[in-house]
Design a protein around this ligand. Structure first.
Ligand code: SME
Length: 170
């Protein structure tokens, strides 16, 4: 149905195209599960050297696995625990070059070595969900990926706003 041809060679251009594609995929669709499912597929297909791409949702102050691509993953993560928990507790992106060196890292897939986690906030600054990207390579993600993913998170705020009806913010 959709065939986005995104060239990963130029990273800032790749993120611009990926974000435009994510905007097109989610435009006019209020269902947050459908939007997270399509965006996780887009991320996984577009980003090179990534073994997991998806979402954790804020469900009553606990992170619960959302739509993703990759190996089956940890279902519930408390705020403050591991990389995702740190992003949820601080509402700040987490760019981790080596997850083995990150205190409390939760190893869902032993192959994962680096990780980028970015919060998706609602219009009031409350946590809706996290975008989580894992790679089997050390230091796979850099500040350009973080900036691109932050742009994606801002675009998804509206597309995931329907979750506010399903969750209360912790
Ligand atoms: N490694 C993560 C857990 C989630 S998986 O990567 C899918 C963490 O420590 O937060």
């Amino acid at each position: 149905m959709y065939d986005f041809q995104i060239d990963p060679a130029d990273k800032p251009a790749m993120w611009r195209e990926l974000n435009a594609a994510a905007g097109a995929l989610t435009a006019g669709e209020p269902d947050p599960v459908a939007n997270m499912a399509n965006v996780s597929a887009l991320l996984f297909e577009t980003l090179p050297d990534v073994n997991w791409a998806g979402f954790y949702r804020n469900v009553d102050g606990e992170l619960v696995l959302g739509p993703f691509q990759g190996r089956a993953a940890c279902i519930r993560i408390p705020f403050g625990r591991g990389v995702c928990g740190a992003a949820a507790a601080t509402l700040e992106p987490q760019l981790v070059d080596d997850v083995h060196a990150f205190p409390g890292h939760i190893a869902c897939d032993a192959a994962s070595r680096s990780e980028l986690v970015v919060p998706v906030l609602d219009a009031d600054g409350g946590l809706l969900a996290l975008i989580d990207l894992d790679s089997p390579s050390v230091a796979r993600f850099d500040r350009e990926d973080e900036a691109g993913c932050l742009d994606l998170a801002r675009r998804l705020s509206g597309a995931l706003a329907g979750m506010a009806k399903m969750v209360s913010k912790g």
